[in-house]
Ligand binder design. Structure first.
Ligand SMILES: Nc1ncnc2c1ncn2[C@@H]1O[C@H](COP(=O)(O)OP(=O)(O)OP(=O)(O)O)[C@@H](O)[C@H]1O
Ligand SMILES: [Mg+2]
Length: 282
């Protein structure tokens, strides 16, 4: 059997409650954002990560890309210790795992135009100068944006546009592993579908390994082969996506599924006012 591309073993992350001030003023229990999590992701896996707000999904993502260090446990990328890889800034692995952030407004430098941001990222990825402008426009096209976005600054974009620029930048690195933290939450349903289709294509055609964090179980079901259910910093259930979502074994997964509003399957269509008694004709 081949080795996992990303592997977490007994990973715990705790934060002092109330940040630095909290730790100064009282020795209260720290927040256990991640509690002894072990997880293997194989190359080409498309893994959905679901769970209530505060369950540790973003923390797991930040640890996996090396933005923060675990309090305990080890994380391996391509079989190598992430802590050691991150010390070596030139290490290719730094580029091979990318994250598209939940909060795209803080992820983009407010003083850099979209074009400059993509250009710098493409330069880091080794694309030569002559090819970069064309490639930046092509990346924007992939996420449903036009080349007219290139001169714009982040504050001149809508939330959904910023989110897609963040995704384009992550893709510019041509990563092996992409961690997408709520990458479509600010998009309307047609753009959501477009980005989900793009991610589906990238995983299918290029063998991109994807960790897809979402509150939207319908999107997870459409995109992912495997799903992980998190609660209070722990993985409470995992397995093939359809199996977990159709026949959950854990009470919490059932609760999460039952919390999906009725009729969500049909929410991509506008309400049918002619046949649905809940939407009578005006
Ligand atoms: N930098 C931090 N300092 C202190 N506590 C933090 C920090 N980051 C996260 N936490 C806490 O860790 C827990 C897990 O947070 P995390 O952001 O991973 O949740 P999440 O599952 O991504 O939630 P959401 O669905 O709302 O994005 C929460 O209780 C959160 O308050
Ligand atoms: Mg989060």
């Amino acid at each position: 059997m081949s080795a996992p591309i990303l592997s977490l073993s007994g990973v715990t992350k705790s934060y002092p409650r109330g940040g630095m001030l909290g730790s100064l003023f009282g020795a209260r229990e720290p927040v256990l954002a991640l509690d002894d999590v072990s997880l293997d992701v194989m190359a080409g896996d498309v893994v959905g990560i679901v769970g209530e707000s505060g369950s540790g999904k973003s923390t797991l993502a930040q640890l996996a890309v090396g933005l923060t260090r675990p309090t305990a446990g080890t994380i391996r990328l391509g079989g190598e210790d992430l802590g050691l890889l991150m010390r070596d800034h030139a290490g290719p692995w730094r580029r091979r795992i990318q994250m598209a952030f939940q909060d795209s407004s803080s992820a983009l430098n407010p003083r850099k135009s979209v074009g400059r941001c993509l250009d710098e990222t493409l330069a880091l990825a080794g694309v030569d100068r002559a090819a970069r402008t064309g490639e930046a426009a092509a990346l924007l096209g992939r996420v449903g944006l036009g080349a007219e976005m290139l001169p714009r600054l982040p504050h001149e974009l809508s939330g959904g546009q910023r989110q897609r620029v963040g995704l384009a930048r992550a893709l510019a690195m041509k990563p092996d592993v992409l961690i997408a933290d709520e990458p479509v939450s600010a998009l309307d349903v047609s753009l959501q579908a477009q980005v989900i289709n793009l991610l589906g294509r990238l995983t299918g055609e290029l063998g991109l390994t994807l960790l897809f964090i979402s509150h939207d179980l319908a999107l997870v079901r459409a995109l992912c082969r495997r799903v992980i259910v998190m609660r209070k910093g722990r993985i409470v259930e995992e397995g093939p996506c359809l199996q977990v979502l159709e026949a959950p074994r854990h009470d919490y997964t059932r609760l999460l599924l039952s919390a999906v509003p009725k009729g969500i399957e049909g929410r991509r269509r506008p309400p049918d006012r002619t046949s649905n008694p809940e939407f009578p004709r005006p």
